[in-house]
Ligand binder design. Structure first.
Ligand SMILES: NC(=O)c1ccc[n+]([C@@H]2O[C@H](COP(=O)([O-])OP(=O)(O)OC[C@H]3O[C@@H](n4cnc5c(N)ncnc54)[C@H](OP(=O)(O)O)[C@@H]3O)[C@@H](O)[C@H]2O)c1
Length: 170
């Protein structure tokens, strides 16, 4: 099973503020949706709860939420109590690819464990204030950019320009 991280990051590393996103990028959302459909997504409990209730679990893909709360329930989703258990859950579901979809804590732990095969990073041309980060400095530690998947200028659908790049371990 391939494990991919999918994340949108500002030039200053910001990915979120007040448990929400900090931009409106409709074509990046579309890319996220098209790319993860039919696979499994693994999310931290905070990121999961930041998705409006009517949109979760995300449709047409297995949703795995990780929390340390043994009582936690997420109807329609699987719940696991560690990153390892979340990955095992995806393997048990038989999916070919697992997308780690955040947020900050989950990205950081997945990057540090070295289990991720591929990164899909939306580099957003903005430097907003935020309280949650993805450490872009990690890219210099063994990751090689293998493709630019998408290049988008700012327009009425997308608040900022962005470029989606794919990375593999070198
Ligand atoms: N720009 C992007 O691409 C992007 C993508 C996703 C999210 N975000 C942003 O990221 C922010 C949320 O990130 P966050 O760092 O605050 O929270 P998070 O990573 O989504 O979730 C953290 C929670 O996950 C659980 N958790 C973390 N590590 C665990 C472990 N090892 N084992 C079991 N459970 C574990 C804990 O839940 P319990 O407290 O229940 O134990 C913890 O409170 C939001 O602002 C969101 O909008 C941005």
């Amino acid at each position: 099973m391939r494990i991919s991280i999918i994340v949108a990051v500002a030039t200053n590393g910001v990915i979120g503020r007040d448990n929400d996103l900090v931009w409106r990028l409709r074509d990046d959302m579309k890319f996220f949706s098209d790319t993860t459909k039919g696979h499994a997504v693994l999310t931290g409990r905070r990121n999961y709860e930041s998705i409006p209730e009517r949109f979760r679990p995300l449709p047409n893909r297995a949703n795995i939420v990780i929390t340390r709360n043994a009582q936690y329930q997420a109807p329609g989703a699987d719940v696991a109590h560690s990153l390892e258990a979340g990955i095992d859950c995806a393997k048990a579901l038989g999916v070919e690819e697992l997308f780690i979809i955040g947020g900050g804590q989950i990205y950081a732990e997945s990057m540090s464990k070295g289990w991720v095969n591929r990164l899909l990073i939306t580099h957003v041309d903005a430097a907003p204030e935020g309280d949650t980060f993805f450490d872009l400095g990690l890219l210099s530690a063994g990751w090689k950019q293998t493709a630019i998947v998408f290049d988008q200028h700012a327009d009425d659908r997308n608040e900022h320009a962005f470029r989606i790049a794919e990375y593999h371990t070198s």
